[in-house]
Design a protein around this ligand. Structure first.
Ligand code: ADP
Ligand code: MG
Length: 313
């Protein structure tokens, strides 16, 4: 019996440059097509760190070169551009791989906005550095003129920092659900989604923030009533004592056990910790839901229970 699966793709599924991404998506498409061939409904979310960094830097250079013509590009617009560009490569690679296997299924990317709470405590302590390094003068000007938050980064210069608030809800969820129900393969919530605030009336305003893609994928999986959330990354399994001589790979974990390990500091913040936290939240959200963390090329084996770390009640 096919399952409804939300896949969260990590950085290694996309590479860091234009040519790298073009090559990486071919391998990524094979792993995803395996799951579709097995009869599962698949929804794909992905990160965008290097891509949004590139776009943000390019737009900043444009403003620097022609300040009278181009105002700074909002971060939310850069995230939207990254969703379009990554979705373009992903949906083409997947379309080709499916057709090569004789599978006729539409593949579409949904530009996805994700609502965040303006009162989220993350806005009081922006932590995510984005964009290029700046001189003190450049940084001071952005603070004065645009109210940016900047930090001095280990002697290498100044960088803008933004908040990483928790995703609350997905604005385009009904469109995504209808498309999945109709049998389409959907790419959504790229880069964690375009962060937006709800303002007066029905207006949505882009937020200068980045949403963690693992948490956004969890909200997507919950909202679609998915059976499984698969977080594909650069390790086959989650470990305790990671990178130490007594390292131990984990196979099956209850949400409670995972939380205990997290509290003991077993998972690095900013890399493995958000994945485990998202997995725990999804596993707890309804009976029968399983989260899996594994390598891209092990997705099929992982969902069959042969490898990876599974978190379920
Ligand atoms: P992604 O781009 O897929 O989000 P990240 O680099 O953010 O990838 O997170 C995955 C990385 O987390 C792994 O490559 C690994 O180096 C690191 N990591 C940190 N702690 C652990 C742990 N306890 N077990 C396994 N991997 C860990
Ligand atoms: Mg990550």
């Amino acid at each position: 019996m096919g399952k409804r699966i939300v896949i969260a793709l990590g950085g290694n599924a996309l590479g860091s440059t234009l040519p790298e991404q073009m090559i990486a998506v071919k391998k990524t498409a094979k792993a995803i097509a395996d799951l579709i061939e097995d009869g599962n409904d698949v929804v794909i979310a992905h990160g965008n760190g290097p891509q949004v960094g590139m776009l943000q830097k390019a737009m900043a250079e444009l403003t620097r070169a022609e300040p009278d013509k181009y105002i700074p590009c909002p971060l939310s617009v850069c995230v939207a551009m990254s969703q379009g560009y990554i979705g373009y490569d992903l949906q083409n690679a997947l379309r080709e791989e499916l057709l090569d296997r004789g599978i006729h299924k539409g593949v579409s990317t949904v530009l996805t906005q994700v609502e965040v709470d303006p009162k989220d405590p993350a806005f009081d302590h922006p932590t995510k550095p984005i964009g290029a390094f700046m001189t003190k003068e450049e940084a001071d000007r952005l603070v004065a003129e645009r109210g940016y938050d900047v930090v001095e980064d280990a002697g290498r210069g100044y960088r803008r920092v933004v908040a990483s608030p928790m995703p609350q809800s997905i604005v385009e969820i009904e469109s995504i659900r209808d498309m999945v129900d109709a049998g389409l393969v959907v790419v959504a919530c790229g880069g964690g989604g375009i962060p937006v605030f709800r303002t007066e009336g029905h207006h949505l305003k882009g937020a200068a923030a980045v949403i963690d893609k693992d948490f956004a994928s969890c909200v997507l999986a919950e909202s679609l009533d998915a059976d499984a959330l698969i977080i594909l990354t650069a390790v086959e399994k989650v470990a305790v004592h990671y990178g130490k001589p007594d390292q131990q790979w984990l196979d099956d974990l209850t949400p409670e056990a995972a939380e205990q390990y997290a509290a003991a500091g077993e998972f690095a913040p900013g890399s493995m910790l958000p994945k485990v936290q998202a997995a725990v939240r999804f596993a707890r959200s309804a009976p029968g839901r399983t989260a899996l963390i594994t390598l891209l090329e092990k997705a099929r084996d992982g969902i069959a229970g042969r490898t990876g770390t599974r978190i379920h009640s």
